[in-house]
Design a protein. Structure first.
Length: 149
């Protein structure tokens, strides 16, 4: 599994003009699943995101996690994180799991986040979404459960 985590001042997701999720200050996590991923990958990524120390403490140092700072979390499924654009001009998405395979693990991932102490807001799996946010910092972190980067 892969994720792009951004520290945000606020974030919202709309589908066909309908607001489906919103948080104030917290983290936005785009998440992608590949065919070999399982619950261990989901648990690793959930633990990493919940405890990622990207929020400032009273000294202004990035020393607090979303969990310890009481921040919100908004999760958006985004298969394009597994795009391969090394060859040609059209990215290949062969490394991304099919929607039928990815959705159950994505839903489990949301459950794991909640079990770790943050009830996430979420976009709508498989939908074309309008994501609006203000990146604070800016802070953007790349994560991969296989530790490829």
């Amino acid at each position: 599994m892969r994720a792009v985590v951004q520290r945000v001042a606020s974030c919202s997701v709309a589908v066909h003009g309908e607001l489906v999720a919103r948080i104030e200050e917290g983290a936005l996590a785009y998440v992608s699943i590949e065919p070999a991923d399982d619950e261990r990958d989901a648990d690793y990524l959930a633990d990493k995101i919940v405890n990622l120390r990207i929020f400032p403490d009273e000294s202004g140092r990035m020393n607090l996690s979303a969990l310890s700072a009481g921040m919100g979390l908004l999760v958006v499924s985004q298969f394009t994180l597994h795009a391969d654009a090394r060859k040609g001009r059209r990215p290949s998405y062969d490394a991304a799991a099919s929607p039928a395979a990815a959705e159950p693990l994505y839903l489990r991932f949301l459950e794991l986040l909640a079990a770790k102490g943050i009830a996430p807001q979420a976009g709508r799996f498989g939908a074309s979404m309008d994501v609006t946010y203000t990146n604070r910092g800016p802070v953007t972190i790349l994560l991969d459960s296989k530790k490829l980067f």
